[in-house]
Design a protein around this ligand. Structure first.
Ligand SMILES: Cc1cc2nc3c(=O)[nH]c(=O)nc-3n(C[C@H](O)[C@H](O)[C@H](O)COP(=O)(O)O)c2cc1C
Length: 322
């Protein structure tokens, strides 16, 4: 696979990232991805009890990851979490090397992270956000298309349109996220101007992911039409179609107020769905690429398939006798 600017920037062999997943991106998953040559990313709530303290949890996860890998890994900090400032402090105290910020302004913490020698990646979903991230000094943007799992951009720009427009607008490297689950997606992302890819949904169906087996199985069974975006008046999010999203869709249709939707979403209900397997109780985040995912395999197998498949797709594209 092509070695791009992302590889030396992050100290990795292949420009493949496992995306932050609030309750799911544990040290075990991140270490498995990093040990396979990609970049594993830890999330602050990963594996945490319902009443847990995210700052303690994040610190424990970082320490655990260091015991499981000598390779670089990152820490994802969604800036809309009420504890985001404290989580940044944990990253600084633990001297992590790479931080991925999302869901907030890249202006808030990039300088302080840089002062500590930390590489900063920021998730964006529009050209304007990418430009602003570059002017805020971030080292790299993660361009996330509307196909992605979880929170998606309010302007609903799909990856195929987003990446080339961002590539025309900024000089820093771009990592494409959203809808990529196999090597064809990686080659397409590179053709559009990305220098790396980030996968989320594919890594739910990784053996090392602590997601509940019912959630993993639902992803394996999902077809192209089995996800839905709801709750635009709060912040749009893509989830598996379940009894829970039925409820959210009804609220959307009846024009429910934002607060009513926030009350249904709950603060930590996604844990019940994603870790306890009660898919009717909370959000089961899932990208539109779920229809491409047919098995639960080790993270290293996912990475290997992407690397080997990449060469095959490129060879096929450049075959003379086609
Ligand atoms: C269960 C789940 C939780 C997620 N939580 C976060 C998060 O806390 N922070 C974040 O930046 N992105 C989050 N994402 C988005 C992923 O990091 C990634 O960008 C996205 O899943 C890529 O799209 P894909 O699922 O189509 O591969 C989440 C994705 C999933 C599947």
């Amino acid at each position: 696979m092509k070695r791009t600017r992302i590889c030396p920037l992050l100290g990795i062999d292949y420009p493949i990232l496992q995306g932050g997943m609030l309750w799911l991106a544990t040290a075990e998953l991140a270490a498995a991805v990093s040990n396979a040559g990609g970049l594993g990313v830890i999330s602050p709530y990963a594996g945490m009890e319902q009443s847990g303290d995210p700052t303690e949890n994040l610190r424990d996860q970082i320490i655990k990851a260091r015991a499981l890998t000598e390779c670089p890994f990152g820490v994802n900090i969604p800036l809309d979490l009420e504890s985001s400032g404290l989580l940044i402090d944990v990253a600084l105290r633990q001297k992590v090397r790479i931080v991925v910020t999302a869901a907030g302004s890249p202006d808030t913490y990039t300088a302080v992270l840089h002062d500590a020698g930390i590489t900063v990646l920021h998730v964006v979903s529009t050209v304007a956000q990418a430009r602003f991230s570059e002017s805020s000094g971030v080292d790299c943007v993660i361009a996330e298309g509307y196909e992605a799992a979880g929170r998606v951009g309010v302007d609903e720009v799909p990856l195929f349109s987003l990446v080339p427009q961002i590539a025309d607008a900024v000089g820093i490297p771009i990592i494409a996220a959203g809808g990529i689950a196999d090597a064809r997606g990686v080659v397409a992302a590179f053709a559009l101007g990305a220098e790396g890819v980030q996968l989320g949904t594919r890594f739910i169906a990784a053996e090392e992911n602590m997601a509940h087996p019912r959630y993993k199985e639902a992803i394996v069974q999902a077809r192209d039409t089995d996800t839905v975006v709801t709750s635009r008046v709060v912040r749009p999010r893509r989830n598996l179609k379940t009894a829970f999203t039925e409820q959210l869709m009804t609220l959307d249709k009846t024009g429910a107020a934002a607060q009513e939707i926030v009350d249904v979403l709950g603060y930590r209900s996604a844990r019940q769905s994603q870790l306890e397997g009660d898919l009717a109780a909370g959000e089961a985040s899932c990208g539109a690429s779920a229809g491409l995912i047919n098995d639960i395999v080790p993270a290293a197998t996912i990475i290997k398939r992407l690397i080997e498949g990449y060469e095959e797709v490129v060879k096929e594209l450049t075959r003379e006798d086609k």
